[in-house]
Design a protein around this ligand. Structure first.
Ligand code: ZN
Length: 240
């Protein structure tokens, strides 16, 4: 069975900024989803902010193993009731991959419980991403490092809880460093935060970036046949 992925994008910059539309004519979500569908064993579809319920209905989420999230300028427009719904699904076992400026998305901050603030600079920094966890399934097929010629800089301190694993760190032209690949669990759900992906750069066309997102979908997907506890049962007698 392929991993069922929903790629969510606020889909705002692409409609307002011609420079972004040139790189992502159909939206960042379509570029990511098409790469995932080409990869095999993943069935990806898209959802975005302006759809009813932001495209994240109960039916869509019930049919989603892994949700990918890209947002930046419209975090405040995401309705709290939809955030609650996504949060509940993550606790029940749905995987979530939060990309780049999604560090300030309501859903990510709720999952982390911290400000998720960081340093940033838009100045065409060169980014080198170094692997710090060889053999991690999310890094399958990736060399010990790869380079993105131009990206927005994100720098420490990144105000997130200590992760389960730090699998990538970035170094930028300006000398800053950043923890760029972080894993967490919340309830039964697996979370991967992946740093690159500023909208004015062709980052989601990069083969290494696509491979990492593809690998992360397989890593974050709930285990087939797994059962997730629901509610807070009060058994009247013991099991034996
Ligand atoms: Zn950005």
């Amino acid at each position: 069975m392929p991993v069922r992925v929903t790629v969510w994008n606020e889909f705002v910059h692409e409609k307002k900024n011609p420079a972004v539309a040139e790189i992502y004519p159909e939206g960042i979500h379509e570029t990511i989803a098409q790469a995932l569908n080409r990869a095999g064993n993943i069935a990806a579809r898209c959802a975005w902010l302006d759809q009813p319920e932001h495209g994240l209905t109960d039916e869509v989420l019930a049919d989603t193993d892994v949700l990918i999230w890209w947002g930046h300028t419209a975090h405040h427009r995401v309705e709290d009731r939809i955030v609650e719904r996504v949060h509940g699904r993550v606790l029940a076992g749905m995987g979530i991959i939060v990309l780049h400026s999604g560090h300030h998305a309501k859903i990510f901050k709720k999952l982390m419980g911290t400000s998720c603030n960081l340093k940033w600079r838009e100045a065409d920094d060169r980014e080198i991403l170094w692997i710090t966890k060889p053999n991690h399934p999310i890094l399958a097929g990736i060399d010990d490092h790869f380079v993105l010629p131009s990206e927005e800089m994100y720098g420490e301190y990144f105000d997130v809880p200590e992760p389960l694993e730090t699998i990538l760190i970035s170094n930028f032209t300006g000398g800053e460093v950043f923890r760029s690949g972080l894993t967490y669990t919340r309830g039964a759900g697996r979370i991967f935060y992946f740093r690159p992906g500023h909208e004015t750069y062709p980052t989601f066309h990069d083969a290494n970036v696509q491979r990492i997102i593809q690998n992360a979908c397989h890593w974050a997907a709930p285990v087939a046949g797994g059962t997730v506890p629901v509610g807070c049962p009060n058994p009247k007698k013991g099991w034996v």
